[in-house]
Design a protein. Structure first.
Lengths: 484, 94, 102
């Protein structure tokens, strides 16, 4: 009904409580997690089968829709983003099997997680704006619930309240912009809107642009609207932080790309400049404030803000190469930052603390986790044989190609600044202390170690062999038209 | 009487914004459906209007309706997840 | 005539933003979010009614019917989280929730 990928994930999400009831009978605690993993694997296989056809001709569900009909349109960009979501979702679900074992509420946790992934896949495969908005709300509501999962502590609840208020205000701004768009053009689907809005020549289009950037900017944490992000990423449980920072925030960047390439093609000069300025402020702010943090997860959260700035710079250039760089950076950042948050979660699981002075010296006790964290952190600053370097190089090249050399210089400066806090974390990991706080710490459990190890291997692999991901990103970027 | 500074500032900015918006809309009248060039299904205003809009919604926008059902289920599951009980004691709240 | 309605829904949107940013009570902030969503819904109905004289466009009406349901879901989750905020802090004043800073 929604195409096989979404159907599979929604089915597994809705039947998870039944399986949860069955865990009481069989006394196998991990049944819900394994069931969700099976669901995500089947969805991955279905995605592969769709992708062999949908690359050349986008798949439309229902076939040949009318202008007022709701439909899903799966093209190369949707497949690229859905691949990222399913991959990260798979690793996070595998990790949560052990991490969330001590908390109750396992069946509904996996339900909310699978519904969040289903919402994100629906967002990228929607064909008209209102279907997009419904799946956007599904993603947002599941994420509010998952952030406040541990409601006995004060920190997740306070972060959840702030996140909910800001994110719902953003969604309401998007809905208001959609209503103005409907009043202007009479239809809400992407292709027909793109045809209708070729030459608007109206001042109202600026109002719609401002409302859309405000609305999507709240979700993707662009500079003045980012204040929810550090609190939420440090207060959420670590697998949820990993999936939030890896893919949920980047769905806002995808939405900005989609909106700019359908409605605002004629205003390219204006939004290019606005986005370039916003991206410089965002990346500089994120990287500089990260230097001042003492809490590991908060530091990684501010580093995420910096990377959102890089992706926005790629979008701001308006060239296909820049867009491909931004999309590839979404994929790479999901791997790098997701891995970092999962390693931080492993430290919290074993040690109980997450400040840099509490995890001092743990690198010698938990070698695999610390090595994986080191690889991901070096990839974040853009070191050559790792995958962060490829995407940052492509974004830099595209800024030179578009004539915005100052943007490229800012990216290089920010990579250098980010090396500052990365080296601080690595020094904290390898420190030898006299007090021996982490004396009896063992390595992380094997089920948590497998996703960390696999993600670190992928970071290395896509660094030395970027070809498949790069080709996919270029194909995905070519489906978006950014020039009139 | 203690007057909250933030409330006064918020009120002043809101009144200013309302005046600006009303002026903006009065100056640039909204070009309703100027760019609408595709066919649309029209429902005549009559007593049967509700039934016709409902049949439009179920026939043409069925994906949206099923999506809304999934969101409703997700919100209900989320609320149950937040309110779950497992040996709750009143003195656990910090 | 259409402009009066658009003006009204824009003013409603700004009042919603005022509620969201200046009120201290968390329940009033959640009502502010509802006001924002309802301003957009009103806009949809207005445009649906003014497309042609004597006819309505059912697309706008369908969108509003679904959007009302979505607003209800957001409010439900918001109130659930507010209950736990009250249990932790003993107050529903948003200015007291300031332990996370920096």
């Amino acid at each position: 009904m929604f195409g096989s990928v979404l159907d599979v994930i929604v089915f597994f999400a809705l039947t998870n409580p039944i399986v949860g009831w069955a865990t009481l009978k069989f006394n196998f605690k991990w049944l819900c997690g394994v069931y969700s993993l099976a669901g995500l694997s089947i969805a991955g296989v279905e995605l592969y089968e769709i992708s062999t056809n949908a690359f050349s001709r986008p798949l439309e569900i229902p076939l040949s829709p009318m202008p007022f009909e709701s439909y899903l349109r799966i093209d190369a960009l949707s497949i690229f983003m859905a691949l990222t979501f399913i991959m990260i979702g798979f690793f996070v679900t595998a990790y949560s099997i052990r991490f969330m074992e001590s908390e109750g509420g396992a069946p509904l946790y996996y339900t909310s997680l699978l519904l969040m992934i289903a919402g994100m896949i629906g967002v990228v495969s929607a064909g008209d704006f209102f279907t997009f908005f419904i799946f956007w709300e599904l993603m947002c509501i599941s994420s509010y619930v998952l952030v406040s999962f541990r409601r006995r502590h004060w920190e997740p609840v306070e972060a959840g309240v702030k996140y909910l208020v800001m994110s719902s205000a953003g969604s309401a701004a998007i809905l208001f912009a959609l209503s103005l768009l409907y009043g202007l053009a009479g239809t809400l689907d992407f292709i027909r809107l793109a045809n209708a809005m070729r030459n608007p020549q109206d001042i109202w289009i600026y109002a719609i642009l401002m409302l859309m950037i405000l609305g999507f900017g709240v979700k993707s944490a662009i500079f003045p609207l980012h204040t929810w992000l550090p609190d939420v990423y440090s207060a959420a449980p670590s697998p949820i932080s990993a999936i939030l920072s890896g893919v949920v925030t980047e769905t806002g960047i995808y939405a900005i790309c989609r909106v700019l390439s359908t409605i605002f093609i004629s205003l390219r000069a204006e939004w290019s400049m606005i986005l370039a300025v916003l991206s410089i402020i965002t990346m500089t702010f994120g990287n500089i404030v990260a230097l001042l943090q003492v809490d590991l997860k908060r530091l990684l959260a501010y580093s995420s803000i910096g990377h959102i700035g890089y992706m926005l710079a790629g979008v701001a250039t308006g060239t296909p190469l820049g867009l491909a760089g931004a999309l590839l950076h979404i994929f790479n950042h999901a791997l790098m930052k997701g891995n970092s948050f999962l390693c931080a979660g492993a430290f919290i699981y074993r040690i109980g603390g997450r400040r840099l002075d509490e995890i001092a010296g743990v690198g010698r006790r938990m070698p695999v986790t610390a090595t994986a964290l080191g690889i991901s952190l070096f990839a974040l600053t853009g070191m050559p044989p790792l995958n962060g370097f490829i995407s940052e190089l492509i974004i830099f090249t595209s800024t030179i190609q578009a004539g915005m050399i100052w943007l490229g210089v800012c990216i290089i400066l920010n990579s250098a600044i980010s090396a500052g806090y990365v080296l601080r974390i690595i020094r904290a990991l390898l420190q030898t202390t006299n007090e021996d706080k982490s004396a009896d710490v063992k390595e992380a459990p094997i089920i948590m170690l497998l996703p960390i190890f696999l993600m670190a291997t992928l970071v290395l692999l896509f660094g030395v062999w970027p070809d498949p991901a790069l080709k996919l990103a270029m194909k995905a970027a070519s489906t978006l038209v950014l020039k009139g | 009487m203690k007057v909250d500074k933030t409330w006064l500032a918020g009120l002043a900015i809101t009144i200013l914004l309302i005046i600006l918006t009303v002026t903006f809309i009065a100056e640039n009248s909204f070009p309703a459906f100027k760019l609408a060039s595709y066919e649309w299904s029209a429902v005549k205003v009559s007593d049967r209007m509700g039934a016709e809009v409902a049949s439009f919604m179920w026939n043409r926008r069925s994906i949206d309706v099923i999506g809304q059902i999934i969101v409703l289920f997700g919100a209900a599951a989320g609320c149950i997840l937040i309110f779950r009980r497992e040996g709750e004691k009143q003195d656990e709240y910090a | 005539m259409l402009d009066c309605y658009v003006m009204f829904s824009a003013v409603l949107f700004i009042i919603g933003v005022y509620c969201l940013t200046t009120k201290r009570n968390m329940i009033r902030m959640i009502l502010g979010i509802e006001i924002l969503i309802n301003a957009a819904n009103l806009n949809f109905i207005v445009f649906s009614a003014f497309r042609a004289a004597g006819f309505i466009d059912p697309l706008g009406h369908s969108i509003v019917m679904i959007s009302v349901g979505l607003a209800g879901c957001v409010t439900a989750v918001a109130l659930a989280i507010t209950i736990y905020a009250y249990k932790h802090y003993g107050t529903i004043d948003i200015r007291r929730l300031s332990r996370l800073r920096g």
